[in-house]
Design a protein around this ligand. Structure first.
Ligand code: NAD
Length: 429
């Protein structure tokens, strides 16, 4: 069905609206993205043939500032998915109180089928096509699934060539020598980790008693795995698009990260001092990983992973959504009946956009921060906003997703109301 994902995502507004003190007009505006662009990308392949790809960019809402959002390269990218991701960006920026609206972009392709040169040509072509739609004060890009700092660097370079101006602030998540920020690489995982730290204090969690499973082992999944491992959490299962591994003892995460990033495969490794060897681990599917008997489940891959089909089988009492939209609305109702609590994506993965905002500020001022300064500011904001959401959840006796949406809607509505609502204009009439 056309726009099904976007409609489902924005239906969460109506639920939150019942608790938020905001104007209906303001909510209605969020159900219609501000602007949508579809482009064709003719790419010359290395063998001389031509292939035409489709790309998208959506500005969801800019009431609170220029729009901001990542670019995804994936075979499932569609306009509906990009619109939905742009909507979540609007909410996310408002949850953590940064002066941006929401956007998202993507290209429908499997990057594993393209050479590095073809990906560079495609990244530059995407910018050529959308150049009039983006800008440091209009719409700012960032990495997402299957895009990385090098691709962000190409995109920034292409935009600078087109505009004949060095424009680092149009793209975030760039390599450090091209104006990237210290601390951006692990920011998404780190933001989720700061939420878990606060939750652990509230719930009295002892890390060594916490069994954790992480679905998706890319940028977001690897960094949260590493940080939790350093604190003593037991990472008992991890997976990528090829499937996963399980060990009741917990894995040596740093070595698995190293192996995954050199061989592109997840393999279990046992290390004693400096000597490491590959060991047998139980192979599991992504589905089995979600249904493990554990304390904490972290989806860090793609949306729609926990659905009405498998929600009843989920056993983890806590889920921290590092991926965007991993739980469908129907599944969430089933999880709630089972008393499973969720730290929602718009809060748990906001560390990425937060440090993207820091990168934009640094690019605009030309003054660059140390990694300690980035992490200190990030820690302060993530902790404050997590505790604000937590307090709203308790005071209104609602779940954490609704609390996060209310926090976002209240901030967004302040920006809309000062421009006038029906009440104000009808008084004049
Ligand atoms: P990535 O490309 O670095 O990694 C994606 C990982 O997911 C890879 O390990 C891949 O093998 C795995 N994967 C793909 N399909 C899978 C499947 N069907 N089952 C299990 N694993 C699968 O991407 P990322 O940047 O880590 O993004 C992951 C999620 O985090 C996405 O939902 C993204 O929108 C969200 N996110 C990322 C950022 C960021 O700054 N990178 C910020 C906020 C949210």
């Amino acid at each position: 069905m056309e726009n099904q994902m976007f409609k489902e995502a924005s239906s969460r507004l109506d639920k939150a609206f019942d608790f938020a003190d905001i104007n209906q007009e303001a909510i209605e505006r969020l159900k219609y993205p501000k602007a949508e662009l579809t482009v064709s990308l003719p790419i010359r392949k290395d063998d001389g043939s031509l292939e035409i790809f489709t790309g998208y960019r959506v500005h969801h809402n800019d009431a609170r500032g220029p729009t901001k959002g990542g670019v995804r390269f994936h075979p499932n990218v569609s306009m509906d998915e990009i619109k939905t991701l742009s909507f979540w960006m609007t909410i996310k920026c408002a949850v953590v109180g940064i002066p941006f609206g929401g956007a998202k972009g993507g290209v429908t392709l499997d990057p594993k089928n393209l050479s590095r040169l073809e990906i560079e040509r495609l990244s530059r072509c995407y910018i050529d096509r959308i150049a009039n739609f983006i800008g440091p004060d209009v719409d700012i890009l960032a990495p997402d699934v299957y895009t990385n700092p090098m691709i962000m660097g190409w995109m920034m370079d292409e935009y600078s060539k087109i505009t004949r101006q060095y424009s680092p602030a149009v793209v975030t998540g760039k390599p450090i020598p091209l104006g990237g920020s210290m601390g951006r690489e692990d920011a998404t995982g780190r933001g989720g980790y700061y939420c878990i730290q606060e939750l652990a204090k509230k719930k009295n969690w002892q890390p060594k008693e916490m069994r954790v499973a992480i679905q998706g082992f890319g940028n977001a999944g690897q960094h949260i795995a590493q940080l939790l491992y350093e604190d003593g959490y037991k990472i008992v299962a991890i997976s990528d698009s090829q499937g996963g591994i399980y060990s009741s003892e917990g894995f040596d995460v740093p070595t698995i990260i190293q192996v995954k990033n050199t061989t592109r495969q997840i393999q279990a490794v046992y290390c004693k001092n400096t000597v490491c060897e590959f060991v047998e681990a139980t192979k599991i599917t992504n589905q089995e990983l979600l249904e493990l008997d554990i304390e904490l489940l972290i989806p860090a891959a793609l949306e729609n992973q926990i659905t009405k089909e498998n929600a009843a089988q989920i056993k983890a009492p806590w889920i921290v959504e590092i991926a965007n939209g991993p739980i469908t609305v129907e599944a969430e109702a089933i999880l709630a009946e089972k008393n499973i609590s969720v730290v929602p994506d718009v809060l748990a993965n906001a560390g990425g956009v937060l440090v993207s905002y820091f990168e934009w500020v640094q690019n605009k001022t030309g003054l660059y921060w140390t990694v300690e300064q980035v992490q200190l500011r990030m820690h302060e904001i993530m902790t404050r906003e997590f505790l604000n959401v937590y307090q709203l959840m308790e005071s209104q006796n609602i779940d954490m997703r609704n609390a996060a949406y209310i926090q976002a809607l209240n901030r967004y509505a302040q920006a809309v109301i000062v421009q006038g609502t029906e009440n104000y204009f009808s008084e004049l009439g």
